[in-house]
Design a protein around this ligand. Structure first.
Ligand code: GLN
Length: 197
């Protein structure tokens, strides 16, 4: 199976990658490899540029939420996500999207109807790699780094992937959240799926 989409023209898409903290560069590189235009969001002024979709990278969700609020980006982005703008949240990005976070106040967007548990794999299993089925894509490589898992999928969301009995990816309309880091493996299918939304 080919990892690279054939004859897919992504040049019409401009993806905004949240770049206040965390692993945003790898997303940028993967999206550019797929032919999409990429801009980085660091402050409210950056929201004035035109973009049609959003990536929320891994990193530290509490720090990202704080910076989003301080930079006055949280509410404008929340409105656009709630309005249907496609969004891919990975790891900390999933936590920002989650409606509920077990035992923590992260106060992110809260637009994806799931409950996540942060640092859910404990210290020893903090980082690991595996292959597992993802939606209709079949098996994809998954790299987990101090990852959350989805403890509960609400009625508005659907499960996309499960590893060892834990949900690690979910979707609600144009929102996709993953516990793992698809930008760290060479398989581009999840980013292409996001660009197709
Ligand atoms: N543990 C981080 C958090 O709770 C997420 C880790 C990651 O994004 N790689 O925000």
């Amino acid at each position: 199976m080919s990892n690279s989409p054939i004859n897919t023209d992504n040049s019409a898409h401009t993806v905004a990658v949240l770049a206040v903290q965390g692993a945003f560069l790898e997303h940028r590189l993967m999206l550019e490899k797929l032919g999409a235009r990429v801009i980085e969001l660091r402050q409210a002024r950056d929201l004035e540029q035109s973009f049609d979709r959003l990536v929320l990278p891994g990193g530290e969700s509490t720090v990202q939420a704080k910076l989003l609020r301080e930079q006055n980006m949280l509410e404008p982005l929340r409105e656009r996500i709630a309005g249907g703008m496609p969004v891919l949240g990975t790891c900390a990005g999933l936590i920002l999207l989650a409606k509920n976070v077990e035992g923590n106040e992260v106060n992110g967007f809260g637009t994806l109807d799931v409950t996540v548990k942060r640092n859910a794999y404990g210290r020893q299993l903090g980082s690991f790699h595996c292959d597992a089925n993802f939606g209709d894509l079949g098996a994809v490589p998954m790299t987990f780094i101090r990852a959350p898992y989805i403890a509960e999928v609400g009625s508005n969301a659907e499960t996309l992937a499960t590893v060892d009995g834990h949900v690690v990816a979910a979707r609600q309309g144009n929102q996709i959240g993953t516990s793992f880091h698809p930008e760290l493996d060479s398989d581009t299918r999840i980013h292409q799926l996001f660009l197709n939304l």
